[in-house]
Design a protein around this ligand. Sequence first.
Ligand SMILES: *[C@@H]1O[C@H](CO)[C@@H](O)[C@H](O)[C@H]1NC(C)=O
Ligand SMILES: *[C@@H]1O[C@H](CO)[C@@H](O)[C@H](O)[C@H]1NC(C)=O
Ligand SMILES: *[C@@H]1O[C@H](CO)[C@@H](O)[C@H](O)[C@H]1NC(C)=O
Ligand SMILES: [Ca+2]
Length: 385
Amino acid sequence: MMWTAAVLLLLLPSLLSYADKENRGNINQSELDNRDFADVPVKDQRPLGEVKGQDSCTIPCDITVKLLRDEKQSICGQLQQSLLAFGRSNRKLMRDVMEAQQRALDILSSQVTELMTKVQTLSLEVQRSNTEMYSMKPVQSHGRDCSDIKDNLVSVVPKIPSGIYIVHPENTDSSFEVFCEMDYMGGGWTVMQRRSDGLTDFKRSWDGYVNGFGHLAGEHWLGLRKVFHIVNQKDTRFQLHIALVSHDDVTSYASYDDFRLDSETQFFSIHLGRYAGSAGDAFRGYNQEQNQDTAPFSASDVDNDGCNPFCSIGNCTVESCSIHHNHTGWWFNQCGLANLNGSPEDTERNQGQRTHIVWDTWRHNGVPYTIKSVTMKIRRIATNN
Ligand SMILES: *[C@@H]1O[C@H](CO)[C@@H](O)[C@H](O)[C@H]1NC(C)=O
Ligand SMILES: *[C@@H]1O[C@H](CO)[C@@H](O)[C@H](O)[C@H]1NC(C)=O
Ligand SMILES: *[C@@H]1O[C@H](CO)[C@@H](O)[C@H](O)[C@H]1NC(C)=O
Ligand SMILES: [Ca+2]
């Protein structure tokens, strides 16, 4: 209807002032009474002008009431809609927040899972390495012997350092430490004996010479069993090099080109091959009686020497070369001209000369050199097969 729009336009100022008053909060009691008109049914046909003060109005009251009621309903509807929308947006906001939190939680839990997996892997690894440590599995070796280590490393490391390495010779179930000389004469030398300061006692029993003694970085005897494992490898040949230094720092050497030992059941008999060097072939001496090549090893408690039942040395009869040589071990025959393990009887009383290394063919004006230090080392010889 056309006039409803006109009525709305006419009513607009009073509606606005009504809202304004309500907003300000100072509600006039009489106005408050009149405001209830919308809800109560109108009994008398009082003109609108009486209600609205000086504004005279020709629109019938029941229409005005209806209009205002509609207005109120529409405002209430809008309010409801707004509330609903607010609720919806609130819920959406909550949903978004929760979703964001859920995502963060998901990320966190996946990170936790990842960490747990890592911890599990690590603990498994620790367990595995622990069981490996206690199992009989041999330790990781660097090679079969010092020559093998040198051959393996020479293409990788520009300068291989001398020092202690772990070797695992072929056809054995044992790994052990050895000192490798990597800078002497081309390197690749496994040291089987070294004497330098006389602080290590070489007066040892058979067990000592079989298993070895001393400190690998200093004076030591590697041990006949270990040397046997190294030189007994398949398709290998070893060279023995003996380097001597006298008390007045003269050096010399003796070298043997096919060094090997027999097994323990044959008391580690020595086999030397051809001699080369400047110190003389004291291992063989000058005659068959002095020859130690092919002799089994002897110690003070295990006599395998060539004095059987005894031999005459100087003016004395000797039953055991090891005991005659102050309880040291060597490949004695009768007894021979070489004993690189030689020691004085009483080290304490011989502070000036704590070793008694014998290599009788190395002489100066017919007199044997007094030897200060010695090393015995072995190295592979290239074979054609
Ligand atoms: C309330 O309104 C009436 C009439 O509109 C007026 O006469 C009266 O003074 C008002 N009272 C107050 C407290 O505003
Ligand atoms: C061995 O005895 C002879 C005479 O009995 C003596 O002339 C010689 O000097 C002695 N040799 C040693 C090394 O004692
Ligand atoms: C045994 O020791 C003494 C010194 O204690 C020494 O004079 C002697 O030459 C040693 N014997 C051997 C064979 O080395
Ligand atoms: Ca004997």
